[in-house]
Design a protein. Structure first.
Lengths: 94, 456
């Protein structure tokens, strides 16, 4: 997950209680980290320590939790937690 | 001078050199010069395009000196495959056989019964005049004979003087000619010999004996780098310098390119390039052995020389490269030979990558990490072996290949994450140190990707 853009996406606030929280839950579960360390700006690799395989497992877990199919290249281009929320929201609304 | 970046819209894949559908071309920008006896000598590597460069074989002679003997059936099978590999134009021109035992002779007879024109069967005998009777009885037109030429061999092995050795060799050559057998003098240990004091005078004498003979009886000269001392470095000295040795044989002793042959050994890891370089420096025949089996460290691997031939010629010239894989499989499965897995062109892993980053490259475009179209040219598609270094990229490549999924139909890395986790845990949690077998991976595919397995 590598995308730099961490601006809040459209509708992010109103979905925060649902999408954002579920994203955080997935991140905590896959990366085995303290939920308190996660912010929308947290970068999966640089800040949260996601290894190569864990990045794949995160995407797979997002697909499963949100019942969506992600484009591989787009999914791995996402770099931060906030971007992941936006990208998932986009997938859900597609 | 600062060179400016040349940015391009399309990649320049240098396909004139790396055509992918055949062996990469070996091209030269001009001539090669060497200082020999105070003169500047020019070699033109373009000669390989015009001359009849070719391979000869010693699988059943030097090759058998290095390993348990082959059965007659194995010799016949290998000879038959060698003939198909070399093709109808005889790129594997000759193969030499022992003659001394009943089994040796039976192998020759059975190979002959195949009716192949190439490789021509020749003999190999000691420099003993009486041995020509066997050569004649077997109906062979040519035989190699030992004419050791270093003082190590003359003084310490044969217990002779140079004069005694010289005269003995010449008398045997005369006996061969008298018997109607073409002599091929194997200048044993030539890269450790006195070139001016023994080798050139001896070869000059042989060329003198040849003067009145018909073309197919003229004495051939085989330069035997018995201990692998030969080197191709520019400026290197005799007797180790291959360019100078070839030049002295041709220029000073008058041996025609077609009657001069190189026979190398791999004791210093130079056997292949030494052989191939001989083609550039003027001789036409490089003696080789299947999979490089030969005394101690071996001879130039025939299959490697064949690939080099195609690279230099830029033309298959009738060579049937996929037979290389048949031969390698035969060595492994029928003969039970140990073939190093990483041996070029024939090792089990020669087209296999274990690195995830390479697997990712293969996934995107196999040309990135495959030397040429090995699927077509060697019947060996690029493979991925899974270890802790393979990463998800390696695993997804393996899985798609196993399931036969190509193009847009390929599964993504996301789909194989459970298998990737299992592989990672094998090493991180279980302490595994061996590669994951194909059977284990197939089991994981059935477990996690069962819905895709139909037809795999």
């Amino acid at each position: 997950m590598k995308k730099e853009d961490t601006d809040k996406c459209e509708g992010a606030e109103e979905n925060e209680s649902s999408i954002s929280q579920r994203v955080r839950d997935v991140v905590v579960d896959v990366l085995k980290i303290d939920p308190g360390t996660i912010t929308p700006e947290s970068r999966f690799t640089a800040d949260l320590g996601a290894e190569s395989l864990q990045s794949v497992e995160l995407v797979a877990a997002f697909e499963e939790v949100f019942d969506i199919e992600m484009d591989e290249d787009e999914a791995f281009a996402v770099q931060t937690v906030g971007d992941a929320v936006c990208y998932i929201e986009k997938c859900l609304s597609a | 001078m600062i060179n400016e970046l040349v940015d391009v819209a399309e990649p320049n894949l240098l396909e004139n050199i790396f055509p992918y559908d055949t062996v990469p071309r070996i091209s030269f920008d001009g001539t090669i010069t060497e200082e020999i006896d105070g003169e500047t000598v020019v070699f033109d590597p373009a000669r390989v395009l015009m001359e009849d460069i070719h391979l000869t074989d010693t699988t059943f002679r030097d090759g058998q000196q290095a390993r348990p003997p082959y059965t007659v059936e194995q010799i016949v099978a290998l000879y038959d495959m060698m003939s198909r590999l070399g093709g109808p134009n005889g790129m594997i021109r000759q193969s030499e056989f022992f003659l001394y035992t009943r089994k040796d002779r039976e192998a020759i007879e059975k190979c002959r019964e195949l009716g192949h024109t190439y490789p021509e069967i020749t003999g190999w005998i000691r420099a003993d005049a009486g041995d020509f009777r066997i050569v004649k009885e077997m109906g062979l037109k040519e035989t190699g004979m030992l004419t050791s030429c270093s003082d190590y061999h003359i003084f310490h092995k044969a217990r002779q003087t140079r004069r005694e050795a010289f005269d003995a060799y010449v008398s045997v050559v005369e006996a061969a000619i008298e018997a109607g057998v073409r002599p091929r003098c194997h200048l044993e240990d030539v890269t450790r010999a006195d070139i001016d004091g023994f080798v050139v005078p001896f070869v000059q004498k042989l060329m003198q004996l040849s003067e009145s003979l018909p073309e197919d009886m003229k004495v051939k000269i085989r330069l035997c780098d018995t201990m692998g001392y030969g080197i191709t470095y520019p400026g290197a000295s005799l007797p180790r310098s291959i360019p100078k040795l070839v030049y002295r044989m041709m220029h000073d002793a008058g041996v025609p390119a077609g009657n001069l042959e190189w026979h190398g050994h791999n004791d210093f890891h130079k056997v292949h390039i030494n052989g191939a370089s001989c083609w550039l420096y003027g001789l036409n025949a490089v003696n080789t052995s299947l999979l490089g089996f030969g005394e101690r460290t071996g001879n130039p691997p025939l299959e490697g020389a064949m690939i080099e031939y195609v690279g230099l010629k830029g033309d298959l010239n009738g060579v049937n490269l996929p037979v290389i894989t048949e031969i390698a499989d035969y060595f492994r499965n029928e003969i039970g030979a140990t073939v190093s897995p990483n041996y070029p062109f024939v090792g089990e892993d020669c087209t296999t990558t274990r690195a995830g980053i390479h697997a990712d490259g293969l996934r995107r475009d196999e040309r990135i990490y495959n030397i040429f179209d090995t699927t077509t040219l060697l019947n060996r598609p690029p493979e991925v072996a899974i270890t802790d270094k393979s990463g998800v990229d390696g695993i997804v490549l393996w899985v798609n290949k196993y399931l036969g999924r190509e193009g847009d139909d390929r599964l993504t890395k996301i789909k194989v994450h459970k298998i990737a986790r299992w592989v990672a845990d094998q090493y991180e949690k279980e302490g595994r140190i061996t590669a994951i077998s194909n059977e284990e991976l197939a089991e994981q595919v059935n477990l996690h990707l069962g819905k895709y397995v139909t037809g795999a």
